[in-house]
Design a protein around this ligand. Structure first.
Ligand SMILES: Nc1ncnc2c1ncn2[C@@H]1O[C@H](COP(=O)(O)OP(=O)(O)O)[C@@H](O)[C@H]1O
Ligand SMILES: [Mg+2]
Length: 380
């Protein structure tokens, strides 16, 4: 039997989804087969400090253990802490943790990184760029797909180009808003009507998203969204059921059965997602087989449109009026606790949570090997 695969689990992070990430890490760290894998914890605290610790040898019993395990002494001190600023310090740190030292007969320190971060600095291509710089394989989408999947404007433009129907929208920057607020409000009213949905381009978990029913609310919603991003989009309201499909693979992505989210609130906001726990997942969704087939087909096209790899969850609107499917978004790092939609859809499709982890690691190594075989210039 070969040696164990060393997986670097990266969790926590500076984004608003820090706690969600810890829950994910706990779920993942409990599901890995410790006979075949060794897990090295990388905990990023809320200030952005990285900490690492000895390999986990058994499933951690709590989130607190997981945070402590990486730092030795807890959140505020100890561990191999780094200043939050200065990528120049982080790159050698990560490099050192990953590639060197070559232990005798033991191979490299880490075989593959598994980022379990959502939102800013996790799902947006930034940490993926760090792994590229460090020359280490990592699970999931690459830099481009992560960034494209995070920016709702770019994402929707790519979808349109791929012939996928999306809800109508307009978009503008803070600069443009400040220069021509009335013009933008008038355009939104004329093209999208009320109610409309206002969103910061780069965020997730419904943060900064609002529904506007009139001009006053629209202006307030834009001001709010602009606190989170310099780019904002306004979308027409779609009266719809919300469907989700899990995608897994690299060049030949597979799709799961279709699930439906029935929100506990008027729409699927942060509270409905994480706080009240009353939103319901229906797996498989009660929809006609043709609709399910179409959603799965669109999910693969959306994955390809952003140049996805590894995994993504594609989210759809099934419009009540005419039964038309529109793609809302893809998430390259979807909710990933054992109870989240992404793994649950796979479970219903015959792939267990531990099997899903195996497959994601395999796909990460496959993608890395393929990229390694590429030349960087004519002469090499
Ligand atoms: N155009 C829209 N029409 C109706 N509901 C919407 C629209 N856009 C978003 N929503 C609601 O808001 C939720 C969050 O919006 P979404 O674009 O998915 O952002 P996030 O990336 O934060 O999940 C959706 O799940 C849906 O319930
Ligand atoms: Mg969403």
């Amino acid at each position: 039997m070969g040696r164990k695969i060393r997986v670097g689990l990266v969790y926590g992070g500076r984004s608003g989804e820090h706690e969600v990430s810890l829950q994910t890490a706990l779920s993942v760290a409990r599901a890995f087969d410790y006979g075949r894998y060794e897990l090295i914890p990388f905990f990023i605290d809320k200030q952005g400090k990285w900490r690492s610790g000895p390999p986990l040898t058994a499933p951690p019993e709590s989130v607190e253990r997981l945070a402590l395990g990486a730092g030795g002494t807890g959140e505020t001190s100890g561990g191999d802490a780094l200043p939050a600023t200065g990528a120049s310090a982080i790159v050698p740190f990560v490099r050192g943790m990953l590639a060197e030292p070559e232990r005798e007969g033991d191979g490299p320190a880490i075989d593959v990184m598994f980022p379990l971060l959502h939102g800013t600095f996790g799902e947006d291509g930034t940490i993926q760029g760090l792994f590229e710089m460090a020359g280490v394989p990592y699970v999931g989408a690459g830099v481009l797909a992560s960034a494209a999947g995070m920016d709702k404007v770019i994402m929707k433009q790519l979808f349109r180009q791929a012939g996928l129907p999306v809800a109508n929208f307009i978009h503008f920057t803070k600069y443009e808003w400040n220069r021509d607020r009335d013009g933008i409000l008038a355009e939104a009213e004329e093209r999208l009507g009320y109610p409309s949905f206002v969103k910061p381009a780069n965020l997730g978990s419904s943060v900064g998203v609002s529904k506007a029913r009139n001009r006053e609310e629209l202006a307030a919603a834009v001001e709010k969204a602009l606190q989170f991003d310099r780019k904002v989009l306004v979308e027409e309201f779609v009266d719809a059921r919300e469907l989700e499909v899990s995608v897994l693979g690299n060049d030949e992505p597979r799709t799961s059965v279709v699930g439906e989210i029935v929100s506990s609130n008027e729409y699927y906001d942060y509270n409905a997602k994480y706080v009240d726990g009353k939103s319901v997942m229906i797996i498989p969704a009660d929809i006609p087989p043709e609709t399910a087939e179409e959603a799965r087909d669109m999910a693969v096209r959306a994955f390809r449109a952003i140049d996805g790899s590894g995994l993504c969850r594609a989210d759809f609107f099934l419009r009540r009026g005419d039964g038309k499917l529109l793609i809302n978004e893809v998430n390259t790092m979807p909710g990933f606790t054992q109870f989240s939609m992404y793994p649950q859809l796979w479970k219903a499709s015959g792939l267990s949570y531990p099997e899903l982890l195996d497959e994601l690691i395999r796909l990460a190594l496959e993608r890395f090997r393929e990229r390694q075989s590429l030349k960087y210039g004519e002469r090499e």
